[in-house]
Design a protein around this ligand. Sequence first.
Ligand SMILES: C[S@@+](CC[C@H](N)C(=O)[O-])C[C@H]1O[C@@H](n2cnc3c(N)ncnc32)[C@H](O)[C@@H]1O
Length: 476
Amino acid sequence: MEDLRNLTALISNAVKQIEESCNARQVSLPSLDDPFTLESESARLHPAVLEAVATIVAATNQLSVLVRPPALTLMSAAVQFHVPSALRTVTKANVVEILREAGPQGLHVDEIAKKNNMDPQKLARLLRLLATEHIFREVTPDVFANNRISSLADTGKSSTELFSKPTEKYTGTNGVAALIEHCGYDVFNSSACMTETLLDPETARSYDPTKAPFNRAFKTDLPFWAWFEQPGNEQILSTFGMAMKGTKALSPPDVILDGFEWKDLPSGSIVVDVGGGIGSQSLTIAQAHHHLKIVVQDREPVVKEAKGFWDLNFPNVLSSGRVTLQGKAGNPQSIDFLAGQPVKNASVFLMRMILHDWSDDLCHVILKHLREAATPSTKLLLVDNLMSFACPDTSPTTTIPGGASEPPPPPLLANYGHASAFLHMIDLQMLTALNGQERTLVHLAKLLEGAGWKLTKVYRTPTFLQTHQQILALPA
Ligand SMILES: C[S@@+](CC[C@H](N)C(=O)[O-])C[C@H]1O[C@@H](n2cnc3c(N)ncnc32)[C@H](O)[C@@H]1O
C-alpha cells in the first residue's frame, strides 16, 4: 500500500505542477479530441510540464502494474504487437485522411471501407483496439473519428489524391505516417526474427550489420542501407527519408536550434551534416541562421531524394551555394563516412542519429575519420538518445557540464520507467535493423575518447525525456 500511496501522491503533485505552469502562462492543455497542431502544443512544451509528464507516465504505469493481476500484465505485453500492426494497416489505408474529411462527428466503418476497399467489420476491430489505446475515437458503435493522437499521422492530403498517387503519399508531409510505415514494415518484420537471430550461435554474438535480425527477416546479406538501394526498394528508401523527418515530432519542434550556440559561429562557417539524410535538421538550421554554410552528406540515393526536398522547402538555396548536397555521383568525393571525410575545414560536424546505427567498432571508424578531417577548432555535435539504467547507477559518471541528470523520486525506476520505455524500444530497433545500439553518456564518452575526441558538454534541451540530446565534443 505504501508504494500505491506514494505513486498516487507523485501523480497528484505532477498534475498540480502542470496546472500551475499552465495557469502562469495562461495556456491550457489541449483535449484528446482536439486535432493535433504545433501551436496547440505550446502548453506542454515547457520544462516544468515535460518533467511532470514524465512523472505521470512513469507513475501511472507503475501503479497499474502494481494493482493489475500479473497474468494480464504479462499477456498484454505478449500480444502488444497487434497495436503496431493495426496502426500501420489503417494508416496505410488512408483512414486518418478519410476521417479528417468526415469531420468530428466521424464516419461509419461501412463508409470508410467503401472508400479504402477494406472489410468493414475487420476494419472496425482494428480501429476499436486503437480507440481503446486512445488512438482514434469510437463516437457511436462502429462510427470512428480522429482524435489528437491519430491526427498526428495525417498527411494533410485529400484521400482522393492519396488513392490516385499512392507512391507519393509521404512527399511534402510531416513524415509521421512515413515513420509509422518504416517502423511497422522494415523494423516490425525484423523484430519478428529477433529470437532466432539472438539464439542462433552463428549470429548471437555478432555486431556485424549484415548479421542482424533484419537480414534474417528479409533474407539478404546486404546491410540495411545497401538493401534500401536495391532495385524494387525505391519506395521503401523514399519512405525512410520522410520517416527521418517524422522523428522531429519526437522532440519539441526546432529543438536543434536550442542548446548549441549556432548564432555564435562566425559568418561563413561550414556545418557538415554527416549522414544528414534528406537534410530535415539542416533545413531548420539553414532557415534560422543565414550566416552559415551547410553541407548535407549522405549516400547518393538519399541525396537524390534530398534535392526534391530542398527545392520544395527552401527554393534557390542549393543554387546559391549556401547549402550543398554531397552524395556520390556528380561529386569528385564519394561520401561514405566509414571510408573518410572529404571536408577538411568544417566548423561543426553534426551527426544526428548516426552513432546509434553502428556497433562500437564501426563508430570508432566514423569518429576517427572525422577527427582526422577536423581542424583544432572543429566542434563535433552529436544528437542522440541518452540511455540510463532501470536501477540506481553507482558507476563513476562524467562531471562535464550537463552530464548528470536528476533521478526521479522513489518508488519510480531510476530511468523514469515506462516514460523511458520508448527509448529502450528504439534501442532494440537499432539492434534488430542494424546491430547498432543506443548508449549511455559514459559509453559515448569512452567511444569519443578512443577516437581522439573529448566529451565537453551536454545541452539539456527541453526534450521529451532523454530523446535527441545534444552532446558536444572537441578535438582532444
Ligand atoms: C538514422 S538516419 C539519420 C538521418 C539524419 N541525420 C536525421 O537525423 O534525420 C542515418 C543516415 O545515415 C546514412 N548513412 C548510412 N550509411 C552511410 C554511409 N556509409 N555514409 C554516409 N551516410 C550513410 C543513411 O542513408 C541515413 O540517411
